[in-house]
Design a protein around this ligand. Structure first.
Ligand code: PGA
Length: 246
C-alpha cells in the first residue's frame, strides 16, 4: 500500500503528515506500507519512520552511483537516506521528461544492483485504450522494462499498472478492468520468469485510488496492492486506504 507524494510537501509538511500516519497506522499488521516523499523530504521522513511499520521509497533515480550529472540523485544517495524502494517509469516521467523503456530498464537494473526494490510503472493512454491496444502497450512496457533481469532479481521488483487516463482524473479503472490488465501482466511475467515468480510478483493498481473504491479494487484476485497519488496526501484518506476491508 504505497503513497506517491509526487511534487508535494515541504520538509515540515512531510514530517507532519508522516507523524499523523504513524498514529493512524500504528495498529496495522501484516500489510506493507510505503510512502514516497519528494527527495528533499526523504531524510526527515526516514528519521520519523525509524523502527516503524512505514517503509520509505523515492520517486525516481539516475542510473549511476555518482558522477557529473548535475541535478540528479543516485541510488547510493537513496540507500544512504534509508530508502528501500524506488518508483520507476511513472507515466508523468514518461510524458513530461520523455523517459523511454530502455532508460527505465537501465534505472531498474542499477536500482537492483544497489539493493533497492523498484516499482516499475506501466500503463496505456486513453487513446491507446480507445484503439483496443492496452494489452499490447502494457506488455511491451513490461518486456522492455524487465530486460536482462533474472528470476532471482525479479523477486525484488513490483509492477504498478497505472492507466494514464485514470491518474489524477478521478476516473478509476473499474475493478474488472484493473484485474483484467493485472492478469495479463502476470502472464507476461510468467512468460519471462516462470509461473512461480509470476504468482509471487506484487502487481499494484494506481490511478485515482480513493477510500471509497479501494475495497473493491483490493478484492480482485490479481490486485496485490495500490499506488496512491492524491489520496495519499492526507493522513485520514491514506490510512483508510491502507486499512482496506477485504
Ligand atoms: P492519483 O495518482 O492517485 O492521484 O491518480 C496515482 C499515481 O500517479 O501514482
Amino acid at each position: 500500500m504505497a503513497g506517491n507524494w509526487k511534487m508535494h510537501k515541504t520538509v515540515d509538511e512531510a514530517t507532519e503528515l508522516v507523524e499523523q500516519l504513524k498514529k493512524a497506522l500504528a495498529d496495522v499488521e501484516g500489510r506493507e506500507i510505503l510512502v514516497c516523499p519528494p527527495f528533499t523530504a526523504l531524510h526527515a521522513v526516514a528519521r520519523a519512520v525509524e523502527g516503524n511499520n512505514i517503509q520509505l521509497g523515492a520517486q525516481n533515480l539516475y542510473p549511476a552511483a555518482e558522477g557529473a550529472y548535475t541535478g540528479e540523485i543516485s541510488p547510493r544517495m537513496l540507500v544512504d537516506v534509508r530508502c528501500r524502494y524506488v518508483v520507476l517509469g511513472h507515466s508523468e516521467r514518461r510524458q513530461y521528461f520523455k523517459e523511454i523503456d530502455p532508460f527505465i530498464n537501465h534505472k531498474l537494473r542499477v536500482a537492483l544492483e544497489h539493493g533497492l526494490n523498484p516499482i516499475l510503472c506501466v500503463g496505456e493512454t486513453l487513446e491507446q485504450r480507445g484503439e483496443g491496444r492496452q494489452k499490447t502497450i502494457v506488455s511491451m512496457q513490461v518486456y522492455r522494462g524487465l530486460q536482462e533481469i533474472d528470476a532471482e532479481a525479479m523477486k525484488n521488483v513490483a509492477i504498478a499498472y497505472e492507466p494514464v487516463w485514470a491518474i489524477g482524473t478521478g476516473q478509476t479503472a473499474t475493478p474488472n478492468q484493473a484485474n483484467e490488465m493485472h492478469w495479463a501482466i502476470r502472464n507476461n511475467v510468467s512468460g519471462l520468469f516462470g509461473e512461480d515468480v509470476a504468482q509471487e510478483t506484487c502487481i499494484m493498481y494506481g490511478g485515482s485510488v480513493k477510500p471509497d473504491n479501494v475495497d473493491d479494487l483490493m478484492a480482485q484476485p490479481d490486485v496485490d496492492g495500490v499506488l496512491v497519488g492524491g489520496a495519499s496526501l492526507k493522513a485520514e484518506s491514506f490510512a483508510r486506504i491502507v486499512k482496506y476491508r477485504s
